[in-house]
Design a protein around this ligand. Sequence first.
Ligand code: SF4
Ligand code: ZN
Length: 332
Amino acid sequence: MDRRKCVVCGKKAVVSLPYGPHAFCRRHFLEFFEKRVRKNARENRLVEGREKIVVAYSGGKDSGVTLCLMKKIFGKSNPVEALLIDEGIPKYRDSALEIAEKNCRKWKIPFKRVSFEGEFGFTMVDVMRKTGPKKALGSTCSYCGVLRRKLLNRHAREMGAGKIATGHNLDDEAQSVIMNVFDADMARFRRLGPKSEKRKGFVQRIKPLCTSPEKDIIAFARLSNIRYFEQKCCPFRWQAKRNDFRETLDAFEEKYPGTKYSIMRFFGQAKEAMGEGKNGNVLASGRGEGKALANGGEKGLLGTCAECGEPCSGKVCKACKMAERIGGKADG
Ligand code: SF4
Ligand code: ZN
């Protein structure tokens, strides 16, 4: 509890934002939070026309808040649905998706649930068994990410989605920017931002919460009574590197509030310096405006996967190659 007063109404504050500095009562914090998401959506043209928004919903706080706000902000003009992917991680994803299904029913949001097992013939437990002892096969998380992205794209497309909304927050984005700097990975660096580029066969992805710090999302979920799966770490989490960046950035944020927003403003400036400005993708911040980022026009793809027909740049897509290595169906 914060002893300060709400900057809007002077009532007792329940949330204070060190990067602001602002303090808010419940009502005005919820308003402030929603306004920031609306601003991100408007300035970066995250949603266009009456297109369908499909939210990738894991049952966690980020995607739960994304779904709830997409419905609230766009629900009157755009169909909003949820897509639940079950990777087959016992006592983790199954519990989270139980909450996700309950929330979808409560909010009257249509949803579709698909699983690695049904689509590929194996679960993440099988992947873990194969990749765990043999590092050369690649880390568990990279399998999980590639296979999940494939199912998200395919099923969102089949659902008629104009956009896939994910729950990426400011912390995720700032970590990704710094990780790409440390890895000198300019290609990935350029792909970051609130909206993915248009590519044939791929449903464009949007990140409505990418200007919202994780702590604010937790406060929003709690103050809005959004139930979410709280277990922080997946038992298969091998992303040791990202965890290191998370801890380091959190420590910086604690000592120098606003650091994560500064990283994102720098990212915006870098993109603009590369000549990728102008077309929206403004990264708003709690302490002012970021710079415009570009998201370009439609980029053609080279072809489709010979195994599954999904868009890909080589003969066979990465997901099919991975599925084959694990020994499942390649055409998930
Ligand atoms: Fe998948 Fe790794 Fe995330 Fe677990 S931590 S859900 S294995 S990507
Ligand atoms: Zn394929």
